[in-house]
Ligand binder design. Structure first.
Ligand SMILES: NC(=O)c1ccc[n+]([C@@H]2O[C@H](COP(=O)([O-])OP(=O)(O)OC[C@H]3O[C@@H](n4cnc5c(N)ncnc54)[C@H](OP(=O)(O)O)[C@@H]3O)[C@@H](O)[C@H]2O)c1
Length: 302
Protein backbone atom coordinates (compact mmCIF):
# COMPACT_ATOMS: atom_id res chain seq x y z
CA UNK A 1 0.00 0.00 0.00
CA UNK A 2 1.20 3.49 -0.88
CA UNK A 3 0.03 6.57 1.04
CA UNK A 4 0.50 10.08 -0.33
CA UNK A 5 0.55 12.51 2.61
CA UNK A 6 -0.18 16.11 1.61
CA UNK A 7 0.68 18.88 4.06
CA UNK A 8 3.37 16.83 5.81
CA UNK A 9 4.85 19.98 7.39
CA UNK A 10 1.67 21.12 9.16
CA UNK A 11 0.68 20.34 12.75
CA UNK A 12 -1.43 17.30 11.89
CA UNK A 13 0.68 16.38 8.85
CA UNK A 14 3.88 16.24 10.90
CA UNK A 15 2.30 13.85 13.40
CA UNK A 16 0.76 11.78 10.61
CA UNK A 17 4.11 11.40 8.90
CA UNK A 18 5.53 9.76 12.01
CA UNK A 19 2.47 7.57 12.63
CA UNK A 20 1.63 6.42 9.11
CA UNK A 21 5.08 4.97 8.46
CA UNK A 22 4.20 2.12 10.80
CA UNK A 23 1.47 1.11 8.33
CA UNK A 24 2.98 1.38 4.90
CA UNK A 25 5.11 3.27 2.44
CA UNK A 26 4.42 6.98 2.95
CA UNK A 27 5.25 9.61 0.35
CA UNK A 28 5.22 12.98 2.11
CA UNK A 29 4.50 16.12 0.13
CA UNK A 30 4.81 19.76 1.13
CA UNK A 31 4.37 23.06 -0.63
CA UNK A 32 8.13 23.66 -0.96
CA UNK A 33 9.41 20.07 -1.05
CA UNK A 34 11.02 20.36 2.39
CA UNK A 35 10.23 18.49 5.61
CA UNK A 36 10.43 20.10 9.04
CA UNK A 37 13.73 19.22 10.65
CA UNK A 38 15.37 18.43 7.30
CA UNK A 39 14.74 15.89 4.59
CA UNK A 40 12.98 16.25 1.31
CA UNK A 41 9.42 15.64 0.20
CA UNK A 42 7.51 15.73 -3.06
CA UNK A 43 6.26 19.19 -4.01
CA UNK A 44 2.48 19.58 -3.91
CA UNK A 45 0.98 23.05 -4.17
CA UNK A 46 -2.75 22.82 -3.57
CA UNK A 47 -3.15 26.25 -5.10
CA UNK A 48 -1.89 24.85 -8.42
CA UNK A 49 -4.25 22.03 -9.40
CA UNK A 50 -2.46 21.11 -12.64
CA UNK A 51 0.76 20.26 -10.79
CA UNK A 52 -1.25 18.21 -8.30
CA UNK A 53 -2.67 16.04 -11.03
CA UNK A 54 0.81 15.37 -12.41
CA UNK A 55 1.97 14.32 -8.94
CA UNK A 56 -0.99 11.98 -8.48
CA UNK A 57 -0.46 10.33 -11.86
CA UNK A 58 3.19 9.86 -11.01
CA UNK A 59 2.79 8.51 -7.45
CA UNK A 60 -0.48 6.58 -7.99
CA UNK A 61 -1.29 6.34 -4.27
CA UNK A 62 -3.73 3.79 -2.84
CA UNK A 63 -4.64 6.33 -0.16
CA UNK A 64 -4.34 10.12 -0.17
CA UNK A 65 -4.20 11.69 3.28
CA UNK A 66 -4.80 15.41 2.89
CA UNK A 67 -3.55 17.36 5.90
CA UNK A 68 -2.79 20.46 3.82
CA UNK A 69 -5.12 23.41 4.17
CA UNK A 70 -5.32 27.18 4.16
CA UNK A 71 -5.77 27.66 7.92
CA UNK A 72 -5.20 31.41 8.38
CA UNK A 73 -8.78 32.16 9.48
CA UNK A 74 -8.47 35.96 9.54
CA UNK A 75 -6.23 36.31 6.48
CA UNK A 76 -8.75 34.24 4.48
CA UNK A 77 -11.11 37.23 4.59
CA UNK A 78 -8.72 39.14 2.32
CA UNK A 79 -7.61 36.10 0.25
CA UNK A 80 -10.89 34.31 -0.43
CA UNK A 81 -9.85 32.95 -3.82
CA UNK A 82 -6.68 31.37 -2.46
CA UNK A 83 -8.55 29.84 0.50
CA UNK A 84 -11.17 28.47 -1.90
CA UNK A 85 -8.55 27.00 -4.24
CA UNK A 86 -6.67 25.22 -1.44
CA UNK A 87 -9.59 24.20 0.79
CA UNK A 88 -12.30 23.46 -1.76
CA UNK A 89 -11.04 23.12 -5.33
CA UNK A 90 -7.94 21.03 -4.54
CA UNK A 91 -9.82 18.54 -2.29
CA UNK A 92 -12.42 18.21 -5.07
CA UNK A 93 -9.67 17.41 -7.56
CA UNK A 94 -8.09 14.87 -5.17
CA UNK A 95 -11.47 13.23 -4.63
CA UNK A 96 -12.25 12.99 -8.36
CA UNK A 97 -8.82 11.46 -8.96
CA UNK A 98 -9.53 8.91 -6.20
CA UNK A 99 -12.94 8.11 -7.70
CA UNK A 100 -11.38 7.56 -11.12
CA UNK A 101 -8.55 5.38 -9.80
CA UNK A 102 -10.23 3.42 -6.99
CA UNK A 103 -8.10 5.13 -4.33
CA UNK A 104 -9.22 6.28 -0.87
CA UNK A 105 -9.19 9.80 0.52
CA UNK A 106 -8.74 10.80 4.17
CA UNK A 107 -9.39 14.52 4.65
CA UNK A 108 -9.79 16.95 7.58
CA UNK A 109 -12.34 19.65 8.17
CA UNK A 110 -13.34 22.07 10.89
CA UNK A 111 -15.87 23.14 13.52
CA UNK A 112 -15.91 26.52 11.71
CA UNK A 113 -18.42 25.07 9.22
CA UNK A 114 -21.03 25.79 11.93
CA UNK A 115 -22.33 29.18 13.04
CA UNK A 116 -21.97 28.32 16.74
CA UNK A 117 -25.41 29.60 17.70
CA UNK A 118 -27.06 27.74 20.58
CA UNK A 119 -25.59 25.50 23.25
CA UNK A 120 -25.71 21.99 21.84
CA UNK A 121 -22.73 20.03 20.54
CA UNK A 122 -22.86 19.88 16.76
CA UNK A 123 -23.67 16.55 15.14
CA UNK A 124 -22.36 15.45 11.75
CA UNK A 125 -25.76 15.95 10.10
CA UNK A 126 -26.53 19.35 11.63
CA UNK A 127 -26.98 22.15 9.12
CA UNK A 128 -23.76 24.00 8.34
CA UNK A 129 -23.67 27.80 8.20
CA UNK A 130 -20.07 29.05 8.19
CA UNK A 131 -19.55 32.60 9.45
CA UNK A 132 -16.39 33.32 7.47
CA UNK A 133 -14.38 32.62 4.34
CA UNK A 134 -12.24 29.88 5.92
CA UNK A 135 -15.28 27.93 7.17
CA UNK A 136 -17.07 28.40 3.85
CA UNK A 137 -14.10 27.14 1.87
CA UNK A 138 -13.73 24.11 4.15
CA UNK A 139 -17.43 23.32 3.82
CA UNK A 140 -17.16 23.60 0.02
CA UNK A 141 -14.28 21.11 0.22
CA UNK A 142 -16.47 18.65 2.15
CA UNK A 143 -19.24 19.01 -0.43
CA UNK A 144 -16.85 18.53 -3.36
CA UNK A 145 -15.44 15.35 -1.82
CA UNK A 146 -18.91 13.96 -1.10
CA UNK A 147 -20.04 14.77 -4.67
CA UNK A 148 -17.08 12.93 -6.22
CA UNK A 149 -18.37 9.50 -5.20
CA UNK A 150 -14.90 8.38 -4.02
CA UNK A 151 -14.34 6.30 -0.90
CA UNK A 152 -13.58 9.03 1.59
CA UNK A 153 -13.36 9.77 5.28
CA UNK A 154 -13.64 13.37 6.45
CA UNK A 155 -12.63 13.96 10.07
CA UNK A 156 -13.97 17.28 11.36
CA UNK A 157 -11.83 18.52 14.21
CA UNK A 158 -11.33 21.75 16.20
CA UNK A 159 -8.94 24.07 18.06
CA UNK A 160 -5.87 22.10 16.91
CA UNK A 161 -2.53 22.61 18.62
CA UNK A 162 0.82 20.87 19.01
CA UNK A 163 4.31 21.34 20.41
CA UNK A 164 5.27 22.80 17.03
CA UNK A 165 3.63 24.99 14.40
CA UNK A 166 1.37 28.01 14.69
CA UNK A 167 -1.17 27.54 17.44
CA UNK A 168 -2.74 29.09 20.54
CA UNK A 169 -0.66 27.14 23.07
CA UNK A 170 2.62 28.27 21.54
CA UNK A 171 1.36 31.83 21.23
CA UNK A 172 0.44 31.87 24.94
CA UNK A 173 3.89 30.54 25.93
CA UNK A 174 5.56 33.22 23.81
CA UNK A 175 3.38 35.98 25.23
CA UNK A 176 4.15 34.78 28.77
CA UNK A 177 7.72 35.97 28.19
CA UNK A 178 6.62 39.33 26.80
CA UNK A 179 3.61 40.53 28.81
CA UNK A 180 2.50 40.86 32.43
CA UNK A 181 -1.19 40.86 31.61
CA UNK A 182 -3.24 39.17 28.90
CA UNK A 183 -6.84 39.71 27.84
CA UNK A 184 -8.32 36.49 26.40
CA UNK A 185 -11.75 35.80 24.92
CA UNK A 186 -13.98 33.85 27.29
CA UNK A 187 -17.22 33.58 25.32
CA UNK A 188 -16.07 31.27 22.52
CA UNK A 189 -16.36 27.65 23.61
CA UNK A 190 -14.66 24.64 22.00
CA UNK A 191 -12.53 21.55 22.57
CA UNK A 192 -8.77 22.04 22.22
CA UNK A 193 -7.44 18.97 20.41
CA UNK A 194 -3.78 17.92 20.07
CA UNK A 195 -2.63 17.21 16.51
CA UNK A 196 -1.00 14.04 17.83
CA UNK A 197 -4.38 12.63 18.92
CA UNK A 198 -5.91 13.41 15.52
CA UNK A 199 -3.04 11.59 13.83
CA UNK A 200 -3.28 8.62 16.22
CA UNK A 201 -6.99 8.12 15.47
CA UNK A 202 -6.34 8.49 11.73
CA UNK A 203 -3.61 5.84 11.86
CA UNK A 204 -5.79 3.51 13.96
CA UNK A 205 -8.68 3.76 11.47
CA UNK A 206 -6.39 3.12 8.50
CA UNK A 207 -4.77 0.19 10.34
CA UNK A 208 -8.16 -1.44 10.88
CA UNK A 209 -9.04 -1.01 7.22
CA UNK A 210 -5.67 -2.43 6.20
CA UNK A 211 -6.38 -5.42 8.44
CA UNK A 212 -9.63 -6.13 6.59
CA UNK A 213 -12.28 -3.88 8.13
CA UNK A 214 -14.52 -1.94 5.71
CA UNK A 215 -13.33 1.53 4.69
CA UNK A 216 -14.47 3.91 7.49
CA UNK A 217 -16.49 6.07 5.13
CA UNK A 218 -18.31 9.34 5.65
CA UNK A 219 -17.99 12.41 7.82
CA UNK A 220 -17.06 11.95 11.48
CA UNK A 221 -16.40 14.43 14.29
CA UNK A 222 -13.10 14.04 16.14
CA UNK A 223 -12.14 16.24 19.08
CA UNK A 224 -10.87 15.89 22.64
CA UNK A 225 -13.54 15.40 25.30
CA UNK A 226 -14.81 18.27 27.40
CA UNK A 227 -14.96 21.94 26.55
CA UNK A 228 -13.53 25.27 27.55
CA UNK A 229 -13.10 28.86 26.35
CA UNK A 230 -9.90 30.39 24.97
CA UNK A 231 -9.54 31.98 28.40
CA UNK A 232 -9.93 28.59 30.12
CA UNK A 233 -7.43 27.07 27.68
CA UNK A 234 -4.93 29.84 28.47
CA UNK A 235 -5.45 29.34 32.21
CA UNK A 236 -4.75 25.59 31.89
CA UNK A 237 -1.65 26.24 29.76
CA UNK A 238 -0.17 28.65 32.31
CA UNK A 239 -1.10 26.59 35.39
CA UNK A 240 0.42 23.45 33.91
CA UNK A 241 3.48 25.23 32.50
CA UNK A 242 4.19 26.77 35.93
CA UNK A 243 3.70 23.45 37.71
CA UNK A 244 6.08 21.62 35.39
CA UNK A 245 8.72 24.36 35.44
CA UNK A 246 8.32 25.22 31.75
CA UNK A 247 7.48 28.78 32.81
CA UNK A 248 8.87 30.64 35.80
CA UNK A 249 6.17 33.26 35.73
CA UNK A 250 2.86 33.69 33.92
CA UNK A 251 0.89 36.80 33.04
CA UNK A 252 -2.34 37.61 34.84
CA UNK A 253 -5.35 36.71 32.72
CA UNK A 254 -8.41 38.81 32.10
CA UNK A 255 -11.56 37.26 30.61
CA UNK A 256 -12.99 39.43 27.84
CA UNK A 257 -15.90 39.19 25.39
CA UNK A 258 -15.44 38.55 21.67
CA UNK A 259 -16.80 42.06 21.07
CA UNK A 260 -13.75 43.45 22.91
CA UNK A 261 -11.34 41.66 20.56
CA UNK A 262 -12.44 42.42 16.99
CA UNK A 263 -10.97 40.21 14.26
CA UNK A 264 -11.47 40.23 10.47
CA UNK A 265 -13.23 36.83 10.60
CA UNK A 266 -16.28 36.11 12.74
CA UNK A 267 -15.91 32.92 14.78
CA UNK A 268 -18.57 30.55 16.13
CA UNK A 269 -19.46 31.17 19.78
CA UNK A 270 -20.23 27.56 20.66
CA UNK A 271 -18.37 25.13 18.43
CA UNK A 272 -18.15 21.89 20.44
CA UNK A 273 -18.58 18.84 18.21
CA UNK A 274 -20.65 15.83 19.23
CA UNK A 275 -18.28 12.87 18.98
CA UNK A 276 -20.75 10.08 19.69
CA UNK A 277 -20.51 8.77 16.10
CA UNK A 278 -16.77 8.20 16.58
CA UNK A 279 -17.52 6.26 19.75
CA UNK A 280 -20.48 4.31 18.38
CA UNK A 281 -18.98 3.44 14.98
CA UNK A 282 -15.37 2.84 15.98
CA UNK A 283 -15.33 2.52 19.78
CA UNK A 284 -12.96 5.49 19.97
CA UNK A 285 -13.19 8.49 22.26
CA UNK A 286 -10.42 10.93 23.03
CA UNK A 287 -9.38 11.93 26.57
CA UNK A 288 -10.30 15.23 28.21
CA UNK A 289 -8.72 18.32 26.60
CA UNK A 290 -6.74 19.05 29.82
CA UNK A 291 -4.82 15.80 29.36
CA UNK A 292 -3.75 17.10 25.95
CA UNK A 293 -2.36 20.28 27.51
CA UNK A 294 -0.36 18.22 30.03
CA UNK A 295 1.01 15.90 27.33
CA UNK A 296 1.92 18.69 24.93
CA UNK A 297 3.67 20.79 27.58
CA UNK A 298 5.55 17.68 28.76
CA UNK A 299 6.68 17.16 25.17
CA UNK A 300 7.88 20.77 25.04
CA UNK A 301 9.67 20.41 28.35
CA UNK A 302 11.62 17.46 26.98
N1 LIG B 1 -5.52 24.50 13.14
C1 LIG B 1 -6.76 24.39 13.65
O1 LIG B 1 -7.09 24.95 14.72
C2 LIG B 1 -7.78 23.53 12.96
C3 LIG B 1 -9.08 23.46 13.49
C4 LIG B 1 -10.04 22.66 12.87
C5 LIG B 1 -9.68 21.95 11.73
N2 LIG B 1 -8.44 22.04 11.22
C6 LIG B 1 -8.14 21.31 9.99
O2 LIG B 1 -7.18 20.31 10.29
C7 LIG B 1 -6.34 20.09 9.14
C8 LIG B 1 -4.89 20.21 9.55
O3 LIG B 1 -4.67 21.53 10.06
P1 LIG B 1 -3.35 21.95 10.83
O4 LIG B 1 -3.75 22.51 12.13
O5 LIG B 1 -2.35 20.85 10.79
O6 LIG B 1 -2.89 23.17 9.89
P2 LIG B 1 -1.47 23.81 9.69
O7 LIG B 1 -0.57 23.50 10.82
O8 LIG B 1 -1.73 25.22 9.30
O9 LIG B 1 -0.92 23.00 8.44
C9 LIG B 1 -1.47 23.15 7.17
C10 LIG B 1 -0.40 22.78 6.18
O10 LIG B 1 -0.93 23.01 4.87
C11 LIG B 1 0.08 23.59 4.12
N3 LIG B 1 -0.40 24.36 2.99
C12 LIG B 1 -1.01 25.57 3.01
N4 LIG B 1 -1.21 25.97 1.74
C13 LIG B 1 -0.73 25.01 0.93
C14 LIG B 1 -0.64 24.85 -0.46
N5 LIG B 1 -1.08 25.78 -1.31
N6 LIG B 1 -0.10 23.72 -0.95
C15 LIG B 1 0.39 22.78 -0.12
N7 LIG B 1 0.35 22.88 1.21
C16 LIG B 1 -0.21 23.98 1.73
C17 LIG B 1 0.85 24.49 5.06
O11 LIG B 1 2.10 24.73 4.52
P3 LIG B 1 2.93 26.05 4.90
O12 LIG B 1 3.45 25.76 6.27
O13 LIG B 1 3.94 26.11 3.83
O14 LIG B 1 1.94 27.19 4.89
C18 LIG B 1 0.88 23.64 6.31
O15 LIG B 1 2.00 22.81 6.35
C19 LIG B 1 -6.79 21.12 8.10
O16 LIG B 1 -7.68 20.52 7.22
C20 LIG B 1 -7.51 22.17 8.92
O17 LIG B 1 -8.48 22.86 8.15
C21 LIG B 1 -7.47 22.80 11.82
Amino acid sequence: MKILLLGAAGQVGFELHRGLQVLSEVIPATRDGRLPGGGSARIADLAAPATLETLLDDVRPDVIVNAAAYTAVDRAESEPELAQAINAEAPGLLARWCAAHGSKLLHYSTDYVFDGQGKHSWREDDATAPLGTYGRSKRDGEVAIEASGCDHLILRTAWVYAARGHNFLRTMLRLAGERDHLRVVADQIGSPTPARWIAAVSVALLARWQAGAPWPSGLVHLTASGQTSWHGFAEAIFTTALATGLLERAPTLEAIATSEYPTPAKRPAYSCLDTSALRERFGISLPDWREGVTQTLAELAR
